[in-house]
Design a binder for this molecule. Structure first.
Ligand code: AMP
Length: 225
């Protein structure tokens, strides 16, 4: 059977840390074949390189603070110059503040914003119970997405650990930073007339994924009208 043509979209997903942005992004990447670019993952990979820049990034991230814009802009420019993202992408964790949003719209177009909506108590609970594999970085949640065997990654057998910045006090700090820095970004995109779709962050991955994807597909179709 001939596959129907898929239109291509440049999207940004926004929402507080712990809103489930990463999970929804993976879902969109898998179901709709839109490449997911996670700024947090790019930075964590840089940290792993263990060089001077990596050490500097690690210190800032450990404190739950934002990385300076010149570094972020450089990294995103490099990533957006790759062939797989010339016509479509889903940006996650970037832009996080106004100057980054202005930079993004100077270097590429943005077709729409996906906004993940969730209350803060749910976030604190979710982040403090989040674990990642120290080897392959697959994400887990002790309550909602537990590993088959406690403390062990289902995929690679690596040890599950808490991300250093998922400490409850740091989570509150990251949420404050998010609200202070991201509100101007939301206003900026709104003033530019870039359409926004709100999706719930507290949906059940097992039973409601299809609904979320359908909602996104319908919205994408409306972007073409
Ligand atoms: P995340 O995985 O998106 O929660 O990001 C983890 C950490 O990486 C953040 O707490 C920041 O320290 C840093 N970070 C990620 N994206 C950005 C960005 N766009 N600008 C500045 N710092 C960032």
């Amino acid at each position: 059977m001939e596959e129907t043509k898929r239109y291509e979209y440049k999207l940004v997903i926004m929402g507080p840390p712990g809103s489930g942005k990463g999970t929804i992004s993976e879902l969109i990447e898998n179901k709709l074949s839109i490449p997911h670019i996670s700024m947090g993952d790019i930075l964590r990979n840089k940290v792993k390189e263990g060089n001077e820049q990596g050490k500097k990034l690690k210190d800032i991230m450990k404190k739950g603070e934002l990385i300076p814009n010149d570094i972020i802009e450089d990294l995103i420019k490099q990533r957006l110059s790759k062939d797989d993202v010339t016509s479509q992408f889903l940006l996650d964790g970037f832009p996080r503040e106004l100057e980054q949003a202005q930079f993004l719209t100077r270097i590429t177009g943005v077709d729409g914003i996906i906004m993940v909506d969730i209350d803060e108590n749910t976030i604190v609970n979710r982040l403090s119970q989040r674990r990642i594999c120290s080897s392959c970085e697959k994400g887990y949640h002790l309550q909602f997405k537990p590993p088959k065997q406690e403390g062990v990654c289902d995929d690679c057998g690596g040890k599950l650990v808490r991300r250093e910045d998922d400490d409850p006090e740091l989570i509150k700090k990251r949420l404050r930073t998010y609200h202070e820095t991201t509100t101007p970004v939301i206003d900026f995109f709104e003033k530019k007339g870039i359409p926004t779709l709100e999706v719930p962050g507290d949906y059940d991955l097992e039973t409601e994924s299809d609904n979320i994807i359908n909602q996104i597909v319908q919205w994408q179709e409306s972007l073409r009208e």
